[in-house]
Write a protein that binds this ligand. Sequence first.
Ligand code: JFZ
Length: 606
Amino acid sequence: MSRLPSQALDHEAPGLGWWREARFGMFIHWGLYAVCAGTWKGRTVPGIGEWIMAQFKIPLADYRTLARSFNPEAFDADAVVRLAKQAGMKYLVITAKHHEGFAMWDSKVSDYNIVKATPYGRDPMIPLAEACRRHGIRLCFYYSQALDWEHPDGMGNDWDFDPSKKNFQRYLDEKVKPQLTELLTGYGPVGLIWFDTPVGITREQSLEVKNLVKSIQPDCLVSGRIGHGIGDYGSLGDNQIPAGRLHGDWETPATINDTWGYKAGDRTWKSSDDLIRLLVDLAGKGVNYLLNIGPDADGRVPEESCRRLEDIGVWMQQNGSAIYGTDANPYPYEFAWGRMTRKNDRLNLILYRRDNPRISLRGLKTRVLGASLPAVGQALAARQDYDERSGMHDVTVTLPDTLPGELKAPFVVELNLEGPPEVDETCLQQPDHRVLLPAHMASLNVSPESARRNVAVSTNDLFAAVAGEAANEARGDHMRIGAGGLVENWHSERDSLAWSFKLCDAGTFDVTLYTVAAKYKNWVGGHRVRIRIGDWHATAEITPDEVVNDPRAHLFAERGTRIGICRLERPGACDAELSAEHINPADPAGLCISALSLTPVDGEAG
Ligand code: JFZ
């Protein structure tokens, strides 16, 4: 059973229906930082463009002069909303106020806003709200409720203001609450407020802010980054793709290149195919995909973003029924051939490649009534068998020799079932004889010494705060399964992992261990591990024998290490154990595990 963390909803969130149905939304990061376009006085900011003021500790007196040249006459609200709609996005979240503290609407609370402080002199949220109503897209606002580099009592600006003199409650009372009130009373129905980076805010203060939102628009959702786990749904880390389904409702904010705010020099555009795979991957885990655009100082959306969103829209036209309103794959693990979503008594098998002659699914106990290619309305032959010997249920769908030309991969094979899908939740050897043991399905054997190690989670632990963990609580500093589904923080040779799985056919297998680097870091390796699978044992150095080119590895470099060749003679219940002889202290990630994989050596399985 997967041990991925759940979003500790302290209540069943009302009003999530439209959000669960949507699955796909547009994020817009737009503010004074677009004027910088990633550069300040000839220096290019490392990393994300909207953090330029903090990265270079630009004095507020200098930064605010950007407003004098902010005149986005090319901004076309209707075109932006149509871009979202054509991409298949159902909601739009725009930065009303990011950490820079600049209001992108006509705020009466502070003249540091787009109407009072710029030559543009107009409120872009008015035409945006009208366009969203016209096109049936939910208007939502991003609001940074803690970091505010303009306000002396906001968090984060210790280069203009003395942190010891901050009165954060005063900031909440004098800026945050009145500005949220303006956003919630001035632009019609608001789908959600996307709060962010809740550093330094107490649970009581997060609750105050959330209660204000609900008191004005009871149906307005509150994102997970309100902090302290009290969001209506959970927010994963930026561009974070979990390895398996998460419990509860989650959303991943993601970029098309590597920055949120416009940065002229960032050319790291992901391909349309990669973006579609990420959308499919997240839907397979029941996670919403909030994909970002960063308009420039003139209000134009980069052409590279537009083209990719148009490509996604073409795919969604043909396959949206496998995304909208679906639930996660009922299996606790993924498949080599693609991803799966579920909608009531229907399974959507989303195949990455067109050259599969057939698709075989193991462990589905519910009777299959039929199979089809919904995009072209073509029925497919499906066979369902139960193997008494292995106790396995197998479904095999035969695909046509030539797929209709208009069917582009990834494409959907629909399985209609007699009732809700019931699946075998253990790790199963697949019909192609592979066995994949994902980290999030392992049992962690944490030694008593490690279990006693704790670290205080500071209120400024960004990820802890964002992940909704209570501030200032001790958190176990031992190996754990993170929201990304990896076994992380493994630094002690006393700890180990174990899996149990079902072997249907004896065979000889190539054993590979997949390990991951710390976020944004290079892969290191250099560890030494012991692996036992059934009666087979091996030790190995962790070396980068295989590079993993998965879009998910975009921020976390992943490598496969060939451990050896393993012969398993007896079908049935089997187990595996992974322990560490040496964990390389030079690897900041420690020994970070993604999966253990058994691939049949040609002709040696079954
Ligand atoms: C935050 C912002 O600081 C950033 O500018 C952007 O708006 C992004 C969507 O959100 O950045 C974060 C916040 C939390 C994590 C990572 C980046 N996190 O928890 O990993």
